[in-house]
Design a binder for this molecule. Structure first.
Ligand code: SF4
Length: 386
């Protein structure tokens, strides 16, 4: 059975691995204080896009996502150069969603205007909290006011599709403060919000400080209360809880991320970027030097290529799909794999339904509210042996 996903549409992810300074909790691939390397990096991205002309010529680009790092360190004309390179290599759908992740301290009015003129139609702004002491704890460089101004500039530039990123479970964060952050961003009527619990990644300064007992992490129950409050409160304000950590007004769900959660194809450009094309997962060179060397040799800077087996593809489709509240459609699964969900998981699905973690609704299976709380336990049940 062929598990290759064929689709004439494709998403493009562009990684920008530069930041002003490193936030204490961050383990993303990004380097602080390397901004002088950005112009050459933009040229490299354009070259890399040209290396994908073959793939791009056959597809229509439905979404582009500049992620990082801090993509808003790029100037408006640099974003335009990259988007022009994509549109000269591929046809872009007229309603393509083009997102740029931005940190408030790197924005100003004219720059946001230039982004809009270059084609950016969605901004995802890292706010994290509307409490200055919590921003400081996280090592964020911006103020709350910077965020408010960014939203205003985006709207003035005609970008109304705006996401605000929030973090809960920050040491020292009171439930009341979390409620206030939600209240503050909802008052702005942003059409999309992401809400993630703080995680302690290996090797970050935050994790080291925790291991040295320099602060007390939020206990699990307190964090769960914040998570649950966020879901209930945002739903009461008209947000649709469409993925475990994401909320949107109808029509503003992030199409790029939905593409990931549906386990569909995308090209990954830039140092360390991941891609998924023709059934093969790819990973680009992480070091800037290695990335540039390969680009200059006219070679795609891919250092890992892994053909996805049928079982891995099924497992991924299930645990990514279950992140979305709509779950996995039995029909879509059958069309993609030629077999039904119940044939692949004859024991697991009934057991998870019986224990109240999954439910079957309108021809789909999806997590229950209890299943959302215990999602990792559910995802493990969908892992198939190779
Ligand atoms: S701005 Fe984002 S990518 Fe950069 S260090 Fe902070 S969390 Fe990491």
């Amino acid at each position: 059975m062929n598990t290759v996903v064929s689709s004439s549409n494709i998403s493009v992810y562009i990684h920008v691995p530069f930041c002003r300074q490193k936030c204490s909790y961050c383990d993303f691939l990004s380097w602080p204080q390397h901004e002088e390397a950005i112009p050459a990096y933009v040229d490299d991205l354009v070259r890399e896009i040209n290396l994908y002309r073959g793939v791009l010529a056959e597809r229509q680009v439905s979404t582009v996502f500049f992620g990082g790092g801090t993509p808003s360190l790029l100037a408006g004309p640099e974003i335009r150069m990259i988007l022009d390179a994509i549109t000269s290599a591929a046809s872009m759908l007229p309603d393509a969603e083009i997102t740029l992740e931005a940190n408030p301290e790197t924005l100003w009015e004219e720059k946001v205007m230039q982004y809009a003129e270059s084609g950016i139609n969605r901004l995802s702004i890292g706010l994290q909290s509307t409490h200055q002491h919590l921003l400081q704890f996280l090592g964020r460089m911006h103020t709350v006011d910077d965020f408010y101004k960014s939203v205003e500039w985006a709207r003035n530039a005609g970008i109304n599709n705006i996401n605000g990123d929030l973090i809960f479970g920050i040491p020292g964060q009171k439930l009341q403060e979390w409620k206030e952050s939600l209240l503050d961003v909802a008052a702005l009527k942003l059409p999309h919000l992401s809400s993630y619990g703080l995680t302690y990644e290996e090797g970050t300064p935050l994790t080291t400080q925790m291991e040295e007992n320099r602060f007390k992490p939020v206990d699990e129950e307190h964090e769960w209360m914040m998570f649950r409050h966020g879901i209930q409160w945002l739903q009461s304000k008209g947000y649709h809880h469409y993925e475990i950590s994401n909320f949107a007004m109808t029509g503003f769900e992030c199409r790029h991320n939905i593409n990931y959660w549906k386990n569909l194809e995308y090209i990954g450009l830039g140092a360390g970027a991941h891609g998924f094309i023709n059934g093969v997962r790819t990973e680009n060179a992480k070091s800037l030097r290695a990335y540039q060397r390969m680009i200059y040799s006219n070679e795609k800077p891919i250092v890992i290529r892994q053909k996805v087996s049928r079982n891995t593809s099924i497992s991924e489709t299930c645990f990514l799909g279950l992140r979305m509240r709509e779950g996995i459609s039995n029909k879509a699964f059958l069309n993609r794999y030629g077999t039904s969900l119940s044939d692949v998981y004859p024991v697991e699905i009934p057991r998870l339904i019986e224990s109240g973690l999954l439910e079957s609704v309108d021809g789909s299976i999806r997590l229950t509210e209890k299943g959302i709380d215990l999602s990792n336990q559910v995802f493990i049940a969908f892992l198939l042996d190779e």
